[in-house]
Design a protein around this ligand. Structure first.
Ligand SMILES: O=C[C@H](O)[C@H](O)[C@H](O)COP(=O)(O)O
Length: 231
């Protein structure tokens, strides 16, 4: 029986094989995306694949650089051919997502909104019938007046928790913001919630990725399953 890491790697490899030479590729963040970065570097070495990566976090930039993947910023490469990333929850049918457990949601959304195709990679544990079932929704907020923002977000119907780092200090994102992990429970209308959060003063971004994923590559014990959004 394959381990969870082996499944993540299988999905990552399948996505990396979709990349063609000359592409500009958004490089996601997290344990699954890290396997995709490694798989791309391997293809560069073994097949001479050429690509430019646009990383979605400092962490991913460091990994890609260490593997010799040429990188560009979003300012330098504002139009990406593809982005490959993991997710915390993938809603079967819509392919709407919850992302941000790793804290990279803001840069991920910026990079992935600029990609012609967003490919999500995961093991089967990430599939849900309704978003909000397994994970709290990460909401990135500016530090200034964060308690007032906390109260506004709470009033939308959730229990927010300020994310802390391993030292017990507030976790800081790459853009130096805080994250509130918001337990909304199963979401009947995630698109409406996304709009409400975007309209909340102090909220910079949230981890709902609505209508963005073109495909989800899910690694199962008996092979790869490819999901596309149903109309
Ligand atoms: O901020 C982190 C990202 O949204 C990750 O892509 C997401 O948390 C999935 O991470 P993992 O592949 O480690 O489960």
């Amino acid at each position: 029986m394959a381990t969870q890491d082996e499944l993540k790697q299988a999905a990552a490899r399948a996505a990396a094989h979709k990349v063609q030479s000359g592409m500009v590729v958004g490089l996601g963040t997290g344990s699954t995306a890290a396997f995709a970065v490694s798989a791309l570097a391997e293809r560069m070495q073994t097949e001479g694949l050429k690509l430019i990566g646009v990383p979605t976090s400092v962490r991913t930039a460091e990994q890609a650089r260490s593997l010799g993947i040429p990188l560009a910023t979003l300012e330098e490469q504002p139009h990406l051919d593809m982005a490959i990333d993991g997710a915390d929850e993938i809603e079967i049918g819509s392919l709407n997502l919850i992302k941000g457990a790793g804290g990279a949601l803001l840069r991920e959304k910026l990079v992935e909104a600029s990609a012609a195709e967003l490919i999500i990679i995961a093991d089967a544990s990430k599939k849900v019938t309704q978003l909000g079932t397994r994970f709290a929704l990460p909401v990135e907020v500016v530090r200034f007046g964060w308690k007032a923002t906390f109260a506004r977000v709470e009033a939308l119907g959730c229990t927010p928790v300020l994310r802390l780092d391993e030292k017990g200090d507030p976790y800081l994102t790459d853009e130096q913001h805080y994250i509130l992990d918001c337990q909304f429970g199963p979401m009947a209308d995630p698109a409406k919630l996304a709009d409400q959060l975007k309209g909340t003063v102090g909220v910079v971004e949230h981890g709902l990725f609505i209508g963005m994923a073109k495909e989800a590559i899910i690694a199962l014990q008996d092979g790869i399953e490819t999901l596309v959004p149903t109309p």
